[in-house]
Design a binder for this molecule. Sequence first.
Ligand code: HEM
Ligand code: HEM
Ligand SMILES: Nc1nc2c(c(=O)[nH]1)N[C@H]1C(S)=C(S)[C@@H](COP(=O)(O)O)O[C@H]1N2
Ligand SMILES: [Mo]
Length: 339
Amino acid sequence: MRTRRYGAIKLGSQTNVALLGLLAIAFLTGWLAFAFGTAPARLSLIVHATGGVAILLLLPWKSMIARRGLARPRGGRWASIGLGMLVLLSIAAGLGHSTGLVLSWGPFSSMEVHVGAALAAIPLAVWHVVARRVKVVRADLSRRTFMKGSVALGAAAVSYAASEILVRAATLPGGARRFTGSYEAGSFQPAVMPVSSWMFDAIPVHDPDAWTLRTPGREWSLRELATFDDRMIATLDCTGGFYSTQEWTGVRLDRLLPDIRESSIRVVSSTGYDRRFRAGEAGSLLLATRFGGTPLDAGHGFPARLVAPDRRGFWWVKWVVAIEVDDVPYWWQSPFPVQ
Ligand code: HEM
Ligand code: HEM
Ligand SMILES: Nc1nc2c(c(=O)[nH]1)N[C@H]1C(S)=C(S)[C@@H](COP(=O)(O)O)O[C@H]1N2
Ligand SMILES: [Mo]
């Protein structure tokens, strides 16, 4: 009797500790994937999806723990239930996105719901772990525990791989995702390219005759900028879950900053939104005034927006009014925008 009870407690604490580790991995790798517009994004997402599926596979065990916990008379159960609903909502939206079976929830994309629910779960998860403390005893750290953990992770990896194969075999929309997980939208058709913002930036209206671009030592009118004809075909890949490839026309930053000696470039929007780049990148960045041969519209950054190939959409500053150079290191900025 005693050993059975100990066994149940042990399995419970192992499940909870595993969940804690998996949640941490899901958070880290999710943001890591957003930080890249190149191959490391895929690697992060493979780990991410495996961790997410592992959380789902632990559901039968966690339900037993939850049932036992709910039977105890104590406060805070609604916070625990809320945590459960947010995590399940996040996973459901993640799977809806990845399979392509559900790509939007009202005005929100599945990816926005996925990340939003995960963010909302953080305070509840912290509370839950503090309020429902688990005791980890020496016996938990055995070779058997390690084996069980490996088997669980292996099962999750196999499930994830199988789901990716199934998505393609069943020709679900998810099979057409880019390596970042994003879906194509409006490529080479500027008129139907989606408009997006990082968080709350509203679309500003700029008078083309009054607008100026400030660069070190001079100001440019829109008419002056429009005389440049540098072109780039580049893909904007929004963390909201879409990507769009366009031919962008404008001026390369190395032309606007011919003798730059400082270490970084700060591109500033009229909304206050800004991103910082290494000085050496000037030649691969374009300040675009047109796409697909037509002028930008207000939603896409009129009069001028940055084109940053191989970087996620949040680097593509819209409504640019200034390009500054200084010796602040390029990495001295929030890894993700804060507005
Ligand atoms: C996916 C994340 C998780 C969800 C959705 C979740 C959900 C729940 C629910 C609904 C309960 C029952 C209600 C209650 O006791 O408040 C519960 C109990 C509990 N949870 Fe979690 N939990 C999660 C992760 C964790 C983690 C990471 C830990 C600790 C490291 C943990 C430790 C516990 C403990 C100790 C109990 C009480 C069990 C008992 O009284 O017998 N949980 N959890
Ligand atoms: C509670 C935390 C989270 C869990 C449990 C979770 C779990 C999942 C799951 C199960 C999927 C579907 C994987 C598949 O089968 O293809 C997924 C996809 C995804 N998640 Fe998360 N996630 C969490 C948080 C986040 C966060 C915070 C981010 C970003 C900051 C993020 C970014 C993504 C992306 C980009 C995908 C799409 C991957 C693709 O389509 O290939 N996730 N996630
Ligand atoms: N000023 C400003 N620029 C911005 C943003 C913003 O919120 N404010 N959002 C960025 C994000 S997250 C993306 S994905 C792209 C979206 O560009 P689009 O509307 O042309 O598709 O703009 C980027 N530039
Ligand atoms: Mo975005």
